[in-house]
Design a protein around this ligand. Structure first.
Ligand code: PLP
Length: 387
């Protein structure tokens, strides 16, 4: 069997993909699939977008890996662009290779500042997901994911999202140096965190002298129809992590931090981080989002998908429809999300689960109304199949 030597870290779908174009992928037997999985939210421009392919191939043909002992033009341009679009004052950018690596850097950065200020504790949200490395797992508010590896780190405290009183209580002892928030709990089931709550976190962090840290790995880089989901709350952060959609399929992550929080020489690093090719890919993503007005498309297509599924889904299967832009979650009742995702494969559509009972769709920002219509019909049919 192909792939038998791959560690079974994921419950893989029964397909082997060989080619993709736009929102369509093809299996090794020639079967086409509509890709609502979109590289788990990473494939912002779809498969083989000409601008992205040109940026990647031109850069790869021009310069190889230089390491961070020198500067390259793509990484310099990318850091300027990220600082400009991220609501962080006087942002300084650290480039790395993944969401976990971005959050690992974010946690080191806030921990260092917290220790220096005599407030070493980090507060994070129950139900959140921040990655699979030791520190990011420790900050992940899902006990079942942490359990096999505990004890992890002992300086992270969890509070329920949206509960202002719990936030106030967590900050009361005076030992909290930062609060880490995921604006929509993506892996936790596409659960939005109220914008009023985000404003409260900002205010309370200011009052407590704590750092407001935001994980926009899944929600950022245009996924919600804004550069960052945080913009919906109209507040600024002190440090933000990005990855997934930023690279359009190549591995890149970023931390944008207030200049006074930034790492100094020798405090952090990465051999591959911000290499010329992934940096050029990320620049192509940002340029294409602007040139093709994709933020507006993300809002229009996300709204359409949720509306169409609400209209077509059989009664009693879909308990809740939620999300923002093209991060869509459909909570099912009396069945499992995995069963729906399997039924979708049979109907020629790829999607993912987010927790046991949420079917998640994170298609490319380039998706068009016909593809949304096809996806919504397949989702409704799959819900019917498992009802
Ligand atoms: N943070 C959030 C909010 C995520 O959704 C994810 C991945 O799903 C991560 C961090 C980890 O990113 P990666 O898988 O690139 O390490």
């Amino acid at each position: 069997m192909i792939g038998a030597r791959l560690m079974p870290t994921y419950a893989r779908l029964p397909v082997t993909l060989v080619r993709g174009e736009g929102c369509r992928v093809w299996g090794d037997d020639g079967t086409p699939y509509l890709d609502l999985l979109g590289g788990l939210g990473s494939l912002s421009l779809g498969h083989a977008h000409p601008r992205w392919v040109a940026a990647v191939t031109d850069t790869a043909a021009t310069i190889g890996l230089t390491t961070n002992l020198v500067t390259t033009v793509p990484q310099a341009k990318l850091s300027d662009r990220l600082a400009a679009i991220t609501p962080v004052d006087d942002g300084q950018v650290f480039l790395c290779n993944s969401g976990a690596e971005a959050n690992e850097a974010l946690l080191k950065l806030v921990r260092k500042r917290g220790l220096a200020a005599g407030r070493p504790v980090v507060v994070a949200l129950e139900g959140s997901f921040h990655g699979r490395t030791v520190a990011t797992l420790a900050a992940t508010g899902q006990p079942a994911k942490r359990a096999p590896f505990e004890p992890l780190v002992d300086w992270i405290r969890f509070i329920p999202p949206g509960d202002a009183a719990a936030l106030v209580a967590a900050l009361a002892p005076g030992d909290v140096g930062s609060v880490l928030v995921e604006p929509i709990l993506g892996e936790g089931g596409v659960v939005p965190v109220d914008t009023e709550y985000l404003r409260t976190v900002r205010e309370r962090c200011d009052a407590a002298g704590a750092v407001f840290a935001v994980d926009e790995v899944q929600t950022g880089s245009g996924r919600t129809g804004r550069w960052l989901a945080l913009e919906a709350a109209g507040v600024r952060a002190d440090v933000v992590s990005l990855a997934k959609a930023l690279g359009g399929g190549l591995p890149i992550g970023a931390v944008v931090a207030r200049a006074d929080l930034a790492f100094g020489p020798g405090e952090h690093g990465s051999t591959f981080g911000g290499g010329p090719v992934p940096s050029a890919a990320a620049l192509a993503v940002l340029d294409t989002i602007c040139a093709e007005e994709l933020l507006a498309n993300v809002i229009a297509m996300g709204t359409l998908l949720r509306q169409e599924v609400a209209r077509l889904a059989p009664a009693g299967v879909v308990a809740d429809i939620r999300g923002d832009g093209l991060l869509c979650g459909f909570r099912v009742a009396n069945t499992t999300a995995a069963a729906v995702v399997q039924a979708l494969v049979v109907r020629g559509v790829l999607a993912s689960t987010a927790g046991a009972d949420v079917v998640r769709c994170t298609p490319p920002f380039t998706i068009n109304p016909d593809e949304i219509d096809e996806g919504a019909k397949a989702l409704a049919a799959a819900f019917e199949d498992v009802a």
